[in-house]
Ligand binder design. Sequence first.
Ligand code: GLN
Length: 474
Amino acid sequence: MTNFSTATSIAHNVASGAQSAASVVEEHLQRIGQREEEVHAFNLVTSAEARERAADLDARIARGENVGPLAGVPIALKDNMCTRGVPTTCSSKILEGWKPPYNATVVDKLFAAGAVFVGKTNLDEFAMGSSTENSAFGPTRNPLDTSRVPGGSSGGSAAAVAAGFAAVSLGSDTGGSIRQPAALCGVVGVKPTYGLVSRYGLVAFASSLDQIGPFSHSVADAALLTEIIAGHDPMDSTSIPKPAPSLVSVLGRGVEGMRIGRVADLPEGADADVLARLDAAFVALEKAGATIVDVKLPSLSYALTAYYLIAPAEASSNLARYDGVRYGNRVAANDMNTMYADTRAAGFGDEVKRRIMLGTYALSAGYYDAYYGKALKVRRLISNDFAAAYANADVILTPTSPTVAFPFGAKTDDPLTMYLCDIFTIPTNLAGHPAMSVPFGTGQANMPVGVQILAPTLGEEAMFKVAAVLESAA
Ligand code: GLN
């Protein structure tokens, strides 16, 4: 773990008056000033707004007000979350200059909790990618080794926390985009249960898979952030009609008597250094009193194929709205159809176009049953496999990413090798389950390795208990 202050300690210090929100913000803006040019975590740094906000919080605290559980905590937001009046680009040229007229629900919740927003972070265009190399505004660099990628698609949010630009950040995870960059940058990353956190104001990629979640230095911060952003929202029809779970209070309860699943038929592809850390994690949990049980997930090896039909299919529909009329950029033309076509040709990058074409093909009349329909059946098989596995295990442990952070350009020539980065993260999105990545030592080139903890629907409590034990063992 890095030695930057956690959100928990900042909030405690600011609320008690031991530290001013203004000084906390200055400290983070200073680090941004020192390293942002090299790291490029942000599409936009909102320093003026952050300073104004911190001053306001300090004034309220001086008057004796309780400003909330995130008092003065600097937070970065992935640039696919709507912020009123502040540009939201999805790292795409097609949205350049667009300012949302409203805030995402998570933004309002963090604001109400006393957080200070420091900026909007870089991502693979429309969250499609695993390295942040697909951003229209240039890649983000891994703060731990700037010759390597930070992972993706939420690479900017992971890098912002790893570099100490923000104490915590939010990302979105459709197939691994929070957990994989968290693993590659050596921070904690959580994808909550589908429906636990409102997606109102999150720009949609694949609506049956997308979830918002936090990045942080500590498991306690991740639990705190998840609690704050979770809970029912009538503005998101997929939001679970239940109150937010209490997660900070379960940390420290240990794993005595818990059953930890080890996947006997884990798909191949993980490097030896990554598998060695996974083995070490099992040993640590056993030492802490848990029992390791073998589980089988035979359909897991089909998850990637199913995902790359389902996610592009949904994306091709969601991205139809960028037509040059309603949002952002327009390429002028004499007739409407040419205007649509020219705007989309100029506005979208190669990977986004590839997904739109894949998805349109998979959904087309003659191929719907053979591709999209079949992928949905595989999705069901994966859920059934998980249900059987969770009859014997409370949580399951796998690697987060098959490799440590790789050098720039290593996987850009062949999209399939890039897609394979998500082999261990995608199954949980298809099932709608929660999962998180916890840093657990280092592998090749001294780069961090993450261990992934998977849990059944609304199994966040068990997941966080295990995470806390792994954190102290690491
Ligand atoms: N890397 C995966 C993709 O490109 C997952 C992206 C995500 O979770 N947003 O689709």
